[in-house]
Design a protein around this ligand. Structure first.
Ligand code: SF4
Length: 391
């Protein structure tokens, strides 16, 4: 990708730009990475181990967003492997490969059924970029058994469960599948009466926005949206990811009548200031994306130690940002996506963290909407680190 395309997305329309060919040009080896970033021989050995465990995949477009002169550049931290990934669990505490309990709710053939009303289908393990903070790091870019093999069978599972009101096609990044294959998947869901709406989770608007310059993809999304409401949850983490190209990608999705919601993650060294959160939320609204969730970074192995913030600091940053944000910009929920379900962080009263259970596992319906408190401390970054408060 050249600089003209970065600055003027519409120049892509006039060219024979091919998003698949661009994806094939992604930076996947240290030799390619060294064309952009200086790496010492010692680092190289460690990084080789890191990318063996968690592959590297950086679009050249995204690489252009990185300030190569700044080793602490926030965009670099999201994309470029770091030797810190060799720390499985460090000063922030224990970690796991599966913090959201995916494995316990795996119904086979790519279906995760955690909440009664939502079914999630893992459509692919491939993403336009392999983000270094990913909570599905255990599987993205790697062979695994949780990816759907037969979407028709997955749709049969959904059809047999009338309690399922919505389906999330996720991964990996489903938008990186061939348009025809994605179309066949959507076709299977069109006539399931009890499914009110479908979400296709994708970070491609951020990492390979040219994907949405493919008119056949936009036509497919538009057509499906006429049959059943379609939403695209996306994942911008920093205001510098909002470029003319990513804005144009969002405009094209919205032009098909589809609502785009953002799910960011609060990450040390990336967006860990009130100003960064504020700029992100305001930037999203400027391009018509709804701030929806801001996740506390999960205790993921090889991620937690260098990305997670203590909750006491995190809640203060979020509240400070919120104090300056307008109504739409502060609509996002600050979330702990815990094994026991999704929990909203409401705020803090003195040293007590105020929480609300938003979604519960099917086995614990009595916990729905409960309010509860936890005692904050200076270091705890996850629910389990904070003592319970009994009233
Ligand atoms: S695009 Fe999403 S699923 Fe893929 S690596 Fe990034 S965070 Fe993980």
């Amino acid at each position: 990708m050249n600089h003209t395309a970065l600055e003027d997305p519409l120049s892509l329309l006039a060219s024979d730009f091919d998003w698949k060919r661009e994806a094939q040009r992604n930076i996947t080896t240290l030799k390619q990475l060294k064309e952009y970033i200086d790496i010492t021989p010692e680092e190289e050995e460690d990084l080789q181990e890191v990318i063996y465990l968690h592959p590297m995949n950086i679009p050249r477009y995204y690489m252009e967003l990185i300030d190569k002169t700044d080793p602490n550049d926030p965009i670099r931290k999201l994309a470029v492997p770091s030797v810190e990934e060799l720390v499985v669990a460090g000063h922030m505490g224990e970690t796991t490969g599966d913090p959201y309990g995916d494995d316990q709710h795996d119904k086979g053939n790519g279906i995760l059924h955690k909440y009664a009303y939502s079914a999630l289908v893992i459509a692919t393990e491939y993403c336009a970029m392999y983000c270094r903070h990913c909570f599905r790091k255990r599987m993205v870019g790697l062979e695994n058994e949780q990816t759907v093999e037969n979407f028709q069978e997955a749709a049969k599972y959904i059809a047999k469960h009338p309690e399922i009101t919505n389906v999330i096609i996720s991964g990996g990044d489903p938008m990186m599948l061939p348009t025809k294959l994605l179309g066949r998947m959507l076709e299977c869901l069109k006539d399931i009466e009890h499914v009110n709406y479908v979400r296709i989770g994708s970070r491609a608007p951020v990492t390979n926005p040219a994907r949405f310059f493919d008119d056949s993809l936009i036509a497919l999304l538009e057509d499906f949206n006429r049959h059943k409401a379609l939403f695209v949850p996306t994942h911008f983490n920093h205001v510098r990811e909002i470029t003319p190209l990513s804005s144009e990608a969002v405009a094209r999705i919205r032009g098909a009548g589809i609502t785009v919601n953002n799910q960011a993650v609060l990450l040390k060294g990336v967006n860990d200031s009130a100003e960064a959160i504020e700029n992100l939320m305001n930037g999203l609204l400027r391009i018509g994306v709804n701030p929806y969730y801001l996740y506390q970074c999960m205790p993921v192995a090889r991620v937690r130690d260098h990305f997670q913030l203590p909750l006491k600091l995190a809640v203060d940053l979020v509240d400070e940002a919120r104090s300056r944000l307008d109504g739409y910009a502060k609509r996002f929920k600050f979330i702990i996506a815990h094994d026991i379900g999704k929990i909203e962080i409401i705020g803090r009263m003195g040293n007590k963290l105020v929480l609300k259970q938003l979604h519960v596992r099917q086995e614990n319906p009595e916990e729905a909407s409960r309010l509860f408190l936890r005692e904050l401390n200076e270091t705890g970054g996850w629910l389990d680190d904070l003592p319970e408060v009994n009233d």
